[in-house]
Ligand binder design. Structure first.
Ligand code: NA7
Length: 531
């Protein structure tokens, strides 16, 4: 055991959550280290380097609020920041606050075991063994790539890529025949950019997705200055929004189905032309009422038909499912790309990909030949990375056993039988339905306050109770069931991974959630057992 490194707190991951956890805990006097499997900071933005990768939350909102000087000093160049700029921002933060000295890079966590006698965790990694009283899994919600093992995949003689594990040196597709599997956000962002280079691009679509224009553009310096002058108010106001994101349009309680044709058309046109997710806030009942939802979906289908020249292709690109119940996409010239002569759309809705061959992809009995295949097939979202770390809690209980029927947490922060282990933006918290950086700040601050309270009160351990977790899971599902969210095969539900338990994982609504967390702490950590 001589070569076991001891710390008070181990943070897993050095994305935005891990960086902030290291910053705050060090500031509160904890001996903290972060373990990061990548060679650098940035998490999602370290791995997802595919062409066109961009945040779908506007840059002035998708940023830390904890340091006023940082907020003022950092200049964003575009309305929605691209991956390189966000990564640069994460690196700047790590450097500015001297966080790298507390991060062990190139270190993959392989196993976590709770020691009941000492109330601490043993953390086995690719680079040695660590021990700590507390572990904070800042492992991200979309950090384990979904790489379907199609038959024959090892036979392909060309190059294979996954958008979520993109080569750091980039890929030059010039002159190549490229196939891309998937039409989620990563594909919607990368298809127009890959099409600019490739000699030929074939898109394999299982389910069409609704996408609306981002209308990305260089950020007007006057807009940036104005936001910076009012940052405090903006951040406070954001935390009162369901998604933690301020819309350019005032919140309303209107119903889409009740609107007159003229009013509906005007309002949707205005939002379409403005771009971004405020489109989905045009009416209050879009994700609640099926008729209202269908009216908006119909509007988007009409827009697709206007843009795409070939009616058969437009039809294939038009989704029929509930709009916004899968994560909606924002794009830059996505639908327009299908008007290019060298871009084809292949419908695989019925039979999927048959197999990968030496030369390409076989679907519908046809072999499509490629130099490169891009998997834009998404992630084992929200639980994949946690379950991949071989976590064993109290009484020898393994996390995959505890979560056999789906993730079961209290507040998305803690799991019964896994004491002193915190999850940042875990399943059961608003996480992916909000501005992630805001959700991260709220979680990390709560965890920091909790650890300080435990230290001050002389407690060694904190553990969510079974009752608290049961009622929490019930609460998360009850809220989701009041909406249309559970009605599609989305990754929110785990439905994108064969065999994964179907449970609606994120909690809808940030403000009541944040209030609940605060109340729990004020009540002396109700729903937790402290020893
Ligand atoms: P998504 O949104 O999960 O999209 C993955 C896409 O890959 C989607 O179109 C899937 O079709 C398709 N897919 C997945 N598995 C297969 C198989 N086996 N065969 C064919 N097609 C498949 O992932 P993204 O990376 O685009 O986006 C993830 C999030 O990142 C996004 O929501 C934003 O929050 C940022 P399906 O729809 O399941 O039929």
């Amino acid at each position: 055991m001589n070569n076991t490194e001891e710390h008070e707190v181990i943070v897993i991951g050095a994305g935005f959550a891990g960086l902030y956890a290291v910053y705050l805990l060090r500031k509160s006097g904890f001996d903290v280290i972060a373990l990061e499997r990548g060679s650098g900071v940035g998490g999602t933005w370290y791995w997802n380097r595919y062409p066109g990768a961009r945040c779908d939350v506007e840059s002035l909102q998708y940023s830390y609020s904890f340091d006023k000087d940082l907020e003022q000093d950092w200049e964003w160049s575009e309305r929605y920041a691209g991956q390189p700029e966000i990564l640069e921002y994460a690196e700047h933060v790590a450097h500015r606050f001297d966080l790298e000295t507390h991060i062990q890079f190139d270190t993959t966590v392989e196993q976590l075991d709770f020691n009941e006698a000492t109330s601490n965790w043993t953390v086995k990694t690719s680079g040695g063994t660590y021990r700590a009283q507390f572990v904070i899994a800042a492992t991200g919600c979309l950090s384990t790539a979904n790489h379907p093992r199609f038959a024959g995949i090892d036979e392909f003689k060309g190059s294979l890529y996954h958008t979520g594990k993109w080569p750091h040196e980039g890929v030059d597709f010039t002159g190549q025949r490229v196939g891309i599997i998937g039409t989620g956000s990563s594909a919607v962002q990368s298809i127009p950019v890959i099409a600019e280079q490739a000699a030929h691009l074939t898109v394999f679509q299982r389910t069409p997705n609704y996408s609306i224009p981002a209308h990305n553009e260089p950020l007007d310096p006057a807009v940036q200055a104005d936001v910076k002058a009012n940052y405090e108010q903006l951040r406070v106001a954001a935390r009162t929004e369901r998604s933690g994101i301020i819309s350019a349009f005032p919140v309303n309680e209107d119903s889409a189905k009740a609107a007159s044709d003229l009013e509906f058309q005007d309002r949707m046109n205005e939002r379409w032309d403005y771009g971004g997710f405020s489109f989905y806030r045009a009416y209050a009942d879009i994700v609640i009422d099926q008729e209202s939802n269908e009216r908006v979906a119909h509007y988007v289908r009409n827009r697709i038909a206007e843009v795409v020249d070939d009616p058969a292709v437009a039809d294939l690109l038009s989704p029929s499912n509930t709009i916004a119940c899968k994560r909606p996409c924002l794009d830059t010239r996505y639908y327009e790309t299908f008007n290019l002569d060298h871009v084809d759309l292949v419908d695989i809705a019925d039979d999927g990909i048959e197999r990968i061959s030496e030369r390409g992809v076989v679907a519908g009995g046809i072999e499509y030949e490629f130099d490169a295949i891009v998997f834009a097939t998404g992630f084992d979202a929200m639980t994949g990375t946690l379950l991949g770390m071989n976590i064993t809690g109290r009484d020898g209980l393994r996390l995959e056993t505890a979560w056999e029927a789906g993730p079961r947490t209290y507040l998305g922060l803690s799991v019964p039988c896994f004491p002193n282990l915190f999850t940042v933006t875990g399943p059961g918290s608003p996480s992916v339905l909000t501005n992630m950086i805001m959700a991260i700040e709220q979680h990390v601050e709560w965890i920091r306050d909790c650890l300080v309270d435990l230290r001050n009160q002389g407690h060694r351990s904190i553990e969510a109770t079974d009752d608290a977790a049961d009622s929490w899971v019930e609460h998360v599902n009850a809220i989701a069931d009041q909406t249309l969210y559970p009605s599609c095969n989305s990754w929110y539900l785990g439905a994108n991974i064969p065999g994964k338990a179907r449970v609606f994982m994120p909690l809808i609504g940030f403000p009541p959630y944040a209030e609940k967390c605060e109340q729990v702490a004020t009540d002396g950590y109700s729903g937790f057992a402290l020893t």
